[in-house]
Design a protein around this ligand. Structure first.
Ligand code: ZN
Length: 386
């Protein structure tokens, strides 16, 4: 029986954990070593845990016990309260040069605890080119105690100048069985629910856990998964597109509303709500306007992310249809819909199934490039309705 560690949630990533453990051990010796380097890039499919891996490494670097998961240092890293660990999460569609400059100004100081200063950048693929170049200068700077941990879907998403200076760690998608096991053992989720959540989340542990713990999220997924079955002609395609966009918008609104209001309250408090004096009032209202603008950008991104997740779910329907058409009935992701999928598979041809899957992937790409959500989904649903 091993004790808890920051690496516990990295399901199926033993090869990465080994490299990180060796790197941390090397820093303890105080000598120059091949095992440790100051710039890393973590890649892997969504949900494989690339940012969890980067956070675990950050914790281990600043923890007096190499990542015990329970000490003050380990916990404060996760809460965003550790003075030497900076986490950059993007709310917008890109990370701009101003944000990188601000970050560089903040991390220019020596680490306060005397160890390492760690910067975790969760969406390094969203760096604009000028922002990436500013970052590059900092990464190349020799002799400082800053460790850069960049995360991106693939190495291809990181500018070549940056990735050539980083050590690359590639995470893999864990097996359904491994994810289900963790949900049962660590989260106390029933075997049946763990199997369902792990299967439909396809190795995405965070999503699996979220799904297993939230009935309303499961209900939304059920609604989404039934959309392909409603597609019978153009008007049903438009209706399906509208309900999908509405679902994504509602979900984004629910999670945004509470957060937005509490941010505005905090800001008003910082400016001294009810304070008299014109200067004070003008400053506050300007800051609140700016915050509202940021919140709007964030909502836009949340709707897009929600649509992307929904499209991935819908793609699993056609993937299952394709499996049945290929004669592989026993490997369905959506076992719950086996009857409907079998009927659908018998009524359609394999090459149209492949076209539909490709259309879904194209729609995701277009949404990623800022295409108008409703138009994109409408065009997609028209293809799926064929
Ligand atoms: Zn610790």
């Amino acid at each position: 029986m091993s004790t808890a560690s920051v690496y516990d949630d990295l399901v199926g990533q033993e090869h990465i954990v080994e490299v990180l453990r060796r790197a941390v051990a090397a820093t303890r010796s105080g000598e120059e070593s091949q095992e440790m380097t100051h710039a890393w890039v973590f890649t892997g499919p969504p949900g494989s845990g690339r940012s969890s891996a980067a956070m675990a490494f950050a914790q281990a670097l600043v923890c007096p016990k190499d990542g015990c998961a329970s000490c003050n240092a380990c916990r404060s890293v996760l809460n965003g309260a550790h003075p030497d660990v900076e986490t950059i999460r993007t709310e917008g569609l890109s990370i701009k040069i101003d944000e990188v400059r601000e970050l560089l100004a903040r991390v220019a100081w020596a680490p306060s605890m005397g160890g390492w200063r760690v910067v975790v950048m969760e969406d390094a693929d969203r760096l604009t080119e000028s922002a990436a170049n500013a970052l590059l200068k900092a990464i190349e700077e020799p002799g400082n105690r800053t460790v850069w941990l960049l995360c991106a879907p693939t190495l291809h998403d990181v500018l070549p100048t940056i990735r050539s200076r980083c050590r690359h760690l590639q995470l893999v998608t864990p097996s359904t069985a491994a994810v289900a096991q963790v949900l049962q053992n660590r989260d106390g989720i029933s075997a049946q629910m763990a199997d369902f959540a792990a299967r439909v989340s396809q190795g995405h542990i965070g999503r699996a856990r979220y799904l297993a713990n939230n009935e309303s999220v499961r209900n939304t997924r059920t609604t989404i998964m039934k959309l392909p079955l409603t597609l019978k002609g153009i008007s049903s395609a438009f209706a399906a597109a509208q309900s999908l966009v509405d679902l994504a918008t509602d979900q984004a609104n629910i999670s945004a509303e509470e957060r937005n209001q509490s941010e505005i309250d905090d800001l008003s408090l910082a400016y001294g709500k009810g304070a008299t004096g014109r200067g004070m009032a003008t400053g506050a209202s300007k800051a609140i306007k700016e915050l509202e603008k940021e919140q709007k950008t964030r909502s836009t991104r949340m709707v897009r992310d929600g649509l992307d997740a929904a499209l991935l779910d819908i793609a699993t329907f056609y993937r299952d249809v394709m499996m049945v058409q290929a004669g592989a009935h026993d490997a369905l992701i959506n076992k719950e819909l086996e009857n409907q999928i079998t009927t659908y598979a018998a009524a359609t041809k394999p090459h149209t199934t492949i076209n539909k899957i490709n259309a879904i992937m194209d729609a995701r790409t277009n949404l990623g490039h800022n295409a108008a959500p409703l138009l994109t989904i409408e065009a997609l649903m028209c293809v799926l309705a064929r």
